[in-house]
Write a protein that binds this ligand. Structure first.
Ligand code: SF4
Ligand code: SF4
Length: 309
């Protein structure tokens, strides 16, 4: 049974950990055959919106966001609800922005572990602040079995020192991506929203489950739709997010605490999977067929051309 479930998860694992170009090719092959490729997925949550690196063209728009922190209380409310709705996550990713900028970061570890005791929980960071983190941070990582995943950029990181501290605290470290200058991917936005929705979704390297995002009680298929408000606000644009672009976790399924039937919880789970497998109106803003891989990394000048052609 476990082997079967692992086989089902292979596409999403490939999509998460292998280059988007390779994934896109595999993905299109599978889609052509009309297969449902996954029943489980990682879920991402921003605990900060701002970042201390500010990469050009950040797909989470963090370089355009102001200083903004998620309240652990909001996180707990949403995770309690998620635990009622689904067990489909194979990893919970706590990220941002730069999550280590959050002064209450360890509270998110405790909450995620409380509601999902056996699910992998990962902190995704650019690593810049890791050697400055207090003892309490490392102890909480260890206690809650948090994997610290470092997204690598072409910057100097004291990797040896980071490995030493993590090793001392028996915390698992993963280094992801490359330090190559040409590590960024650019999927241009179409400000007029005139792309073919189905085609954009089909050719998208991040649709179908690699960056499913929870934000303010809503689940979005991708980081672009979830965080577009920062792009809109900074450049005074109006790329519209409507009710069909997300799932409201409080509007689907039943509620165990007020006696909702198990079948309606089941329906909530199915509604979520159904939503995540389909194109949605916001895809009209994405020129996915013009995605450029291996773009040169640099610090953002906050110019709109970092996100459009
Ligand atoms: S480090 Fe990550 S979150 Fe921060 S600006 Fe770069 S791509 Fe965005
Ligand atoms: S909105 Fe649709 S096409 Fe655009 S990045 Fe998200 S899933 Fe892909």
């Amino acid at each position: 049974m476990q082997i079967l479930s692992l086989v089902k998860d292979i596409p999403v694992l490939l999509k998460t950990y292998i280059s988007p170009q390779i994934f896109q090719d595999i993905y299109q092959l599978l889609v052509i055959k009309g297969k449902r490729i996954t029943k489980s997925f990682p879920i991402e949550v921003h605990v900060t919106e701002h970042c201390n690196l500010n990469c050009a063209g950040c797909s989470h728009f963090s370089c355009l966001a102001g200083e903004e922190y998620l309240e652990p209380e909001q996180f707990e409310k949403d995770f309690k609800r998620l635990a009622e709705l689904t067990d489909r996550f194979f990893v919970i990713k706590i990220l941002g922005g730069e999550p280590l900028l959050h002064p209450r970061i360890t509270e998110f570890f405790e909450i995620a572990r409380k509601y999902f005791p056996t699910t992998a929980v990962q902190l995704t960071t650019n690593g810049i602040l890791l050697t400055k983190m207090p003892e309490e941070f490392w102890r909480s990582c260890r206690k809650n079995n948090i994997v610290v995943s470092i997204s690598q950029y072409p910057i100097r990181l004291p990797k040896k020192e980071i490995k030493r501290i993590a090793g001392e605290h028996k915390v698992r470290l993963v280094f992801n991506g490359s330090t190559d200058e040409h590590r960024m991917c650019k999927m241009p936005l179409d400000l007029t929203g005139s792309q073919d929705i189905a085609k954009s979704h089909r050719k998208c390297a991040i649709s179908w489950g690699c960056c499913v995002t929870l934000r303010e009680g809503r689940i979005y298929t991708c980081c672009v739709a979830a965080h577009i408000k920062f792009f809109n606000a900074y450049f005074k644009q109006n790329l519209v997010i409507g009710e069909k672009d997300y799932v409201d976790i409080y509007a689907i399924g039943g509620n165990k605490s007020c006696g909702g039937a198990i079948t309606s919880i089941q329906n909530g789970k199915d509604a979520l999977i159904d939503f995540l497998e389909k194109p949605f109106p916001f895809c009209r803003y994405c020129k996915t067929s013009d995605t450029k891989f291996a773009q040169r990394w640099g610090i953002s000048k906050k110019e709109i051309t970092e996100w459009i052609d």
